[in-house]
Design a protein around this ligand. Structure first.
Ligand SMILES: [Zn+2]
Length: 339
């Protein structure tokens, strides 16, 4: 089993990855670009042939049900979409936002650290490294892959460039940012030690909130999100990789309540963007007047009780805005004693 020194990341590479939340303010503008539509499903490889559903900014595959962002953004468009405003060094959110994120990542690391077999942890799409650092604080070797950050435990590489054996590979709101998510998942499964765990959190594109808010749903996040996954597509892929699904949650993985609050606020006149409003000034996509910001924040407070009720409904219906999965590689059976 490798340690931090022996793990091999074969070369530095480029990868498309963003953060945990997304802004929808760019969604409608992006969908009006004139590039030709995407020709192929990014999840299953099916070539779109007219039997598929053409939605605003994405095409839903008739074969696997997963939607692929369309038109498919160029590298230049993605770079622009991850420009400095997206994740400035000073942090993304005003007030308690960044603190809450640190605390929830720390709780995740704490729980996983207790149940994982010994060995290093790989966090694909590590963002600013909050989760990686939480593992390191607990004495576990952890490496994050992230092209838009740097740090002692962060590498700019694709998951396919990693080898070795890992006790966990984590895709925390990163799988949907990858150009070849199914290939990344297959490679991640091959990296797992016996008893090792694949951990995934992604937006649930067939959730109740996704259906209610449609083209303005927070987690559509075009063009940064390249695939829009459904639980059946994700679970069947994981099982096909020979992993045992041990935990599925529609409550964990963040964003569930916020997705509703954001959606309700966005339905008001002027479509205020709550996600932009709660970000620090330097982390906003567009400048906001204080009045507009106050309008969005006041509306959010008013919407909160309705959002909590809607969350309870969608979680009970197993149709929450995020799907969280833990899947394990079976431990190798003990060898029969030699007689
Ligand atoms: Zn497909």
């Amino acid at each position: 089993m490798p340690n931090a020194k022996s793990l091999a990341i074969r070369s530095a590479g480029r990868r498309s990855k963003g953060g945990s939340l997304g802004a929808t303010s760019s969604t409608l503008a992006y969908s009006r670009t004139q590039a030709p539509p995407t020709v192929q499903c990014a999840w299953c490889g099916h070539r779109f042939d007219g039997g598929d559903e053409y939605l605003t900014g994405r095409v839903q595959c008739a074969r696997c049900g997963v939607a692929t962002t369309s038109p498919w953004p160029s590298d230049e468009q993605l770079s622009a979409a991850y420009a400095d405003w997206y994740r400035p060094e000073s942090g993304r959110f005003s007030g308690l936002g960044d603190k809450v994120i640190r605390r929830t990542r720390s709780a995740l690391a704490h729980r996983l650290h207790r149940v994982l077999p010994p060995g290093p942890v790989l966090d694909v799409g590590a963002g600013d490294g909050t989760l990686v650092e939480a593992f390191v604080r607990r004495g576990r070797v952890a490496v994050g892959l992230e092209p838009y950050a740097s740090g002692p435990h962060i590498r700019n590489a694709e998951v396919e460039e990693v080898d070795g054996t890992w006790s966990a590979v984590i895709f925390w709101h990163s799988l949907e940012h990858l150009r070849q998510p199914a290939r990344a998942l297959s490679h991640a499964a091959a990296l797992l030690a016996p008893g090792g765990t694949l951990v995934i959190a992604v937006p649930n594109a067939t959730s109740l909130q996704a259906r209610v808010f449609g083209d303005r749903w927070l987690a559509l996040d075009l063009p940064r999100h390249l695939v829009h996954l459904s639980p059946p597509a994700l679970l069947s892929k994981i099982e096909a990789l020979g992993l045992r699904v041990e935990r599925v949650s529609y409550m964990r993985g963040g964003q569930v309540v916020f997705g509703w609050v954001h959606g309700f606020v966005g339905k008001l006149p002027g479509h205020p963007d709550l996600y932009d409003a709660i970000r620090r000034g330097e982390a906003r996509q567009a400048a906001h007047s204080p009045v507009l910001r106050l309008y969005a924040l006041t509306a959010a407070v008013a919407a909160l009780p309705f959002a909590l009720a809607a969350t309870a409904v969608e979680v009970a219906a197993r149709s929450g805005g995020t799907i969280y999965i833990e899947a394990r590689r079976e431990p190798t059976p003990d060898k029969a004693p030699v007689s």
